[in-house]
Design a binder for this molecule. Structure first.
Ligand SMILES: [Fe+2]
Length: 176
């Protein structure tokens, strides 16, 4: 007599389990930690989106300003590439998972994707506006960090705002 085929239980897709906040006892309550890491995730998504757009414009810029802009955009995307690592690792240090997929970044980001290949001036104007967008996101997270006496996050946000405000000014000055 043939034995009944034993049906194997279907494998469930592994869902990331939220890291236990119990292990993380740094003097910030879990609800405040969640608010801060959610805010930092939005900043990470903005920064990554701006990194990609700046790299895109580095590749595709044309015109008499090519050399200046190609080089300027490289300086900017290199700085952004280092920044995403700092932000993501701060999220991990606060006990949360860092978003790291294009779909998560698209959902979380306030920086919109490039639409086609703009003119050189339009690229500069677009990046200036996006740099300001990232400043606004960082500033919106700041009160959450301040409220929790999370000085390291406040320090990171301060540095990011300073860089983005300066870069926005330099971009605006290019087309003034
Ligand atoms: Fe390059």
């Amino acid at each position: 007599m043939a034995s009944k085929a034993v049906k194997k239980p279907e494998k469930k897709a592994k869902k990331p389990v939220a890291p236990s906040s119990k292990a993380l006892d740094i003097g910030i309550p879990a609800d405040k930690l969640n608010a801060i890491t959610a805010g930092l995730s939005r900043l990470l998504a903005d920064t990554y989106s701006l990194y990609l757009k700046t790299h895109n414009y580095h590749w595709n810029v044309t015109g008499p300003q090519f050399n200046t802009l190609h080089t300027m955009f490289e300086t900017q995307y290199t700085e952004l590439a280092l920044a995403v690592d700092e932000i993501a690792e701060r999220i991990r240090a606060l006990g949360a998972w860092a978003p790291g997929t294009y779909s998560e970044f698209a959902r979380l980001s306030s920086v919109k994707e490039a639409d086609g290949i703009p003119s050189a001036d339009a690229m500069v104007a677009d990046l200036a506006a996006d740099q300001a967008t990232v400043v606004r996101t960082a500033r919106s997270v700041f009160p959450l960090a301040a409220d929790a006496s999370d000085e390291p996050t406040a320090d990171l946000l301060t540095q990011r705002m300073q860089v983005h405000e300066k870069t926005a000014w330099m971009l605006r000055a290019m087309i003034a």
